[in-house]
Design a protein around this ligand. Structure first.
Ligand code: GDD
Ligand code: MN
Length: 376
């Protein structure tokens, strides 16, 4: 056969009960006008999936315009890396990725090819648009999938409804120049982040949980997913939603605050311990000053990533930072005093006072000391 137009990547691990049926079903689903190859990528399945495919290849009757090939990998590393290896091997200019356990109905293949041909760069078979469904998954799995989707969409600013889909198609040249991490299960998510600007179309389908064999989904895959989101986030070029930026900076700001609390406490205590002549209030003042200084430095470098260290800028920022922090303390005292005097209990008043001061501190320093826009 000459150059196939479409390459279907079919990763397998212990799919002996599904592999022959899925190969036949795929073959029947490919439009007759389209030449195609199916590339099975097997990770040395202990149940002999690879051997079954080899036998099938020997007995296969030549079909014009259609071939099946197999890549044997020595061991199971990750689904994403198996798919990437299949893609490297592919000769078609259109790539389709799908599972081998009938979760992804081959009848959708023509729709993916058609969408790619006429109106997009990536065609995603989607469970999460109108007309899409999941059949046979326990609630737990549904919740995990939905949560992962919400995280990906917000943190990585992905617009696609089902970035976790394992069933999708794209033109091979879309990946030129992209370097992949290949972690875990979510190769589509990585493609969506790294091939920015691609036109994406989603095609609804019903996901059916497998009837034969076992899922390879486990807690490692969740861990790999988190790692992958983190790396893709650091990969840059991504503008996460403003709410995410606001909260992640708040997280760093209060982490710095906590470290300041420790520094304050330790220095105030150590000084009186080491030098008995030091008056405890002087020790405490030094503790406060040290923690304010370390808080300022860490917030400048880490929380707000400000790299301008010109003396004038540092001096004004430091003055403002110390000013706002002291003001926070005063406001807190004021709130606690007026609430307690107004009849509130001390613990409740303290809660309101501390929260107000902490929030005020973040907002004032973000806006006025580090001159950032408040929301974002
Ligand atoms: N070669 C290889 N190596 N194949 C693998 C590996 C691996 O490490 N892990 C899984 N596979 C194959 C399986 O044999 C199957 O064909 C396909 O990849 C999907 O694996 P399943 O174990 O059936 O995954 P699932 O059904 O739990 O997860 C499904 O839903 C996810 C979306 O939430 C799959 O469709 C995923 O692709 C999808 O991301
Ligand atoms: Mn499955």
């Amino acid at each position: 056969m000459g150059q196939p137009q479409v390459s279907i990547i079919l990763p397998t691990y212990n799919e002996s009960q599904n592999i022959l049926r899925i190969l036949n079903s795929i073959k029947e689903s490919i439009p007759s006008a389209v030449s195609a190859q199916t590339i099975v990528v097997d990770d040395n399945s202990p149940d002999g999936t690879g051997r079954i495919v080899e036998e099938y290849l020997r007995s296969m009757i030549d079909t014009v315009g259609y071939t099946v090939e197999i890549i044997h990998r020595r061991a199971k590393t990750s689904l994403s890396s198996a798919i990437l290896q299949g893609i490297q091997h592919a000769r078609g200019d259109t790539i389709i990725v799908m599972d081998s356990d009938f979760s992804h109905p081959p009848s959708i293949i023509p729709k993916l090819i058609e969408a790619l041909r006429t109106r997009c760069d990536i065609a995603v078979a989607s469970r999460y648009i109108r007309g899409g469904k999941i059949h046979g998954w326990p609630a737990k799995r549904k919740i995990i999938s939905k949560s992962a989707t919400i995280i990906a969409k917000n943190v990585l600013n992905i617009k696609t409804a089902d970035p976790m889909s394992g069933f999708f198609a794209f033109r091979k040249n879309l990946l030129e120049g992209i370097i992949f991490d290949g972690l875990g299960f979510k190769i589509l998510m990585e493609i969506l982040v790294k091939a920015r600007g691609a036109r994406i179309v989603e095609i609804p389908y019903t996901f059916h949980d497998r009837e034969e064999g076992n899922s390879k989904f486990n807690s490692h895959i969740i861990k790999d997913y988190c790692k992958s989101v983190w790396r893709l986030y650091r990969h840059g070029g991504i503008e996460p939603r403003r709410s995410v930026r606001f909260l992640s900076k708040a997280g760093r700001f209060y982490t710095v605050g906590t470290s300041g609390f420790l520094i304050n406490y330790i220095i105030s205590l150590l000084l009186t311990h080491q030098i008995p002549e030091v008056w405890y209030l002087h020790a405490n003042i030094l503790g406060i000053a040290s923690s304010m200084t370390s808080n300022y430095i860490l917030n400048k470098i880490w929380t707000f990533q400000d790299r301008d260290f010109s003396p004038k800028r540092v001096a004004t920022q430091y003055a403002k930072f110390v000013g706002f922090s002291s003001m926070g303390a005063a406001v807190q005292l004021g709130i606690v005093f007026s609430l307690v005097e107004g009849g509130w209990s001390y613990p409740a008043s303290l809660g309101v006072g501390v929260l107000t001061a902490a929030l005020g501190n973040y907002i004032l320093n973000k806006k006025w000391t580090f001159k950032e826009r408040l929301w974002g």
